[in-house]
Design a protein around this ligand. Structure first.
Ligand code: UDX
Ligand code: UDX
Ligand code: ADP
Length: 463
């Protein structure tokens, strides 16, 4: 079966970059990305591709190359579904904020809406691909809905989890470690798998395309994210012990990373992991384990989240205690708000929680991030609902110049590892601050020796 038309529902951080790369690599396939959000689609269609809504290094070039040729962004969801042979579902699956499983389970209402929309509109056979990270067995729920359309259309459901990391999305999509495709073991299921394999084979070496059954594929995605997050929580747990004992967490990480069984990557101690996936996927894993009565399994993974919350909280606490137990009325500058460098995404960013704690202590925050807007920063704080929107607006100033952001501050906190922070004129920043001038480096990014030589009191994580 040869795929000629693809539709992707959801033009977010996953759907946008993934489809742009498929379109660029497969000029013979027409790819239409649809979303209900008109503003978002308009931004994807902006004449200037620097204004697309997702910031990722290299992405605007990929979009510029394919858009209008075989890549289209549209709000006409029904039309795109009707004409597609293959439909990717890349809508958001946030943690539930209400009802059963509140704060733990993934909210599948957007997925279900998509399935129902596909069921209503489809007049020809379709392959439906789960791209969003989903709880295990979601495919069977989608199948239930699709199989009851009554109009005789055949659906095959595939699971094709996306492993790209934000900030390196284009690179990850161009040269993935692996592509994972799960499908039914029936002959029709195998044919559907092959159709998707053929698409990726346009640029991914065959030995990197793995095929499994649907459940293995769904569970592998949750497992991969749980293992990655666990590494960060493990090194962060050691960072606190390092601070007490005089060991240096960077040295420890280097030493253990040279053991080829452990490996050197993903061992950077930090103010805590963020992003849309790790916490959500682990909570989801915990929820699934509990729902099968596997309490020890659930507790084991939940500890990764508990450790991460602790790491964020203790960073804020340390700022307060170091600044003589009060930050009330003091200007504290945040360098960075995004959950990691090279993205404008702020979902679950540690910065939000650290800011929230400091605002509760009546600090005056000044924030600079090269890619995050003031509107987003305020929306992130307001979403927590700790205090009124007016109070948040009063407590925080967002600057678009880092030097202005640091002027007159008691302390600087580095929350994101943006490269440009290393290149600043730190003497100039020091001269403009109150003394003693403190730097709390939540990313172990800056040059400790150089800053101390200037006169800063410098504290990093884990040493
Ligand atoms: C993650 C997975 O890496 C990706 O495979 C999956 O598809 C989606 O979730 P992402 O959340 O985009 O990707 O970024 P990632 O690089 O994994 O970083 C997640 C968080 O962990 C960030 O806040 C990052 O700063 C933090 N982190 C990562 C550390 O604190 N230390 C590390 O060593 C690595
Ligand atoms: C371990 C460390 O590997 C070694 O670096 C250290 O110096 C001493 O402790 P050892 O206990 O001899 O070495 O063997 P190891 O290969 O680490 O296995 C330990 C246990 O884990 C064994 O019972 C092994 O069967 C089990 N294991 C190991 C697993 O169950 N699964 C694995 O994937 C690996
Ligand atoms: P992710 O990181 O998983 O890509 P995002 O929130 O960035 O998540 O993107 C998901 C997108 O899916 C949003 O732009 C949202 O408007 C869109 N979306 C959600 N439900 C639907 C739907 N039923 N039809 C079309 N688009 C949808």
């Amino acid at each position: 079966m040869e795929i000629k038309r693809i539709c992707c529902i959801g033009a977010g951080y996953v759907g946008g970059p993934t489809m742009a790369v498929i379109a660029q690599k497969c000029p013979h396939i027409k790819v239409t990305v649809v979303d209900l959000n008109e503003k978002r689609i308009a931004a994807w269609n902006d004449v200037n591709t620097d204004n697309i809504p997702v910031y990722e290094p290299g992405l605007s070039d990929v979009v510029a190359a394919a858009r209008g040729r075989n890549l289209f962004f549209s709000t006409e969801v029904d039309k795109a579904i009707a004409e597609a042979d293959m439909i990717f579902i890349s809508v958001n699956t946030p943690t539930k904020t209400y009802g059963v499983g509140k704060g733990m389970a993934a909210d599948l209402k957007y997925i279900e809406l998509c399935a129902r929309q596909i069921a209503r509109v489809a007049k020809t056979d379709k392959i439906v691909v789960e791209k969003s990270t989903l709880p295990v067995r979601t495919a069977s729920a989608i199948k239930d809905i699709l199989d009851h359309t009554g109009n005789g259309v055949q659906f095959q459901i595939l699971s094709n989890p996306e492993f790209l990391a934000e900030g390196t999305a284009v690179q990850d999509l161009f040269a993935p470690d692996r592509v994972l495709i799960g499908g039914d073991t029936t002959p029709e299921g195998q044919k559907a798998i092959q159709a998707l394999v053929d698409i990726y084979a346009n640029w991914v070496p065959k030995d990197r395309i793995l095929t499994t059954n649907v459940w293995s594929s769904e569970l592998s995605k949750l497992t991969a994210n749980a293992f990655l997050a666990q590494r960060v929580s493990s090194i962060n747990a050691m960072s606190e012990l390092c601070e007490k004992t005089g060991a240096d967490v960077n040295e420890v990480a280097r030493a253990i990373g040279m053991d080829s069984r452990i490996g050197p990557k993903f061992l950077k101690s930090s103010v805590g992991f963020g992003g849309s996936c790790f916490q959500k996927d682990i909570l989801n894993l915990v929820y699934i384990a509990k729902s099968y009565g596997l309490n020890e399994v659930a507790d084991y993974w939940e500890q990764v989240i508990i450790m991460n919350d602790h790491q964020k909280r203790r960073f804020a606490k340390n700022i307060i205690s170091t600044l003589y137990n009060t930050v009330s009325g003091k200007k504290i500058t945040f360098l960075g708000w995004a959950f990691k460098k090279d993205t404008n995404d702020t979902r679950e960013s540690a910065a939000i929680y650290v800011a929230d704690d400091l605002l509760s202590e009546q600090a005056h925050l000044s924030v600079y991030d090269p890619k995050v807007t003031e509107e987003q920063i305020l929306a992130d704080l307001n979403y927590l609902d700790t205090r009124s929107e007016t109070e948040n607006t009063k407590g925080i100033i967002v600057e678009n110049n880092p030097y202005a952001a640091c002027e007159g501050a008691h302390a600087i906190a580095v929350l994101t590892e943006w490269d440009e922070f290393k290149e600043y004129d730190w003497q100039k920043i020091y001269d403009s601050m109150l003394k003693p001038a403190f730097v709390f480096d939540g990313r172990n990014l800056l040059d400790k020796k150089a800053l101390e030589k200037i006169g800063f009191v410098y504290q990093s994580i884990g040493s």
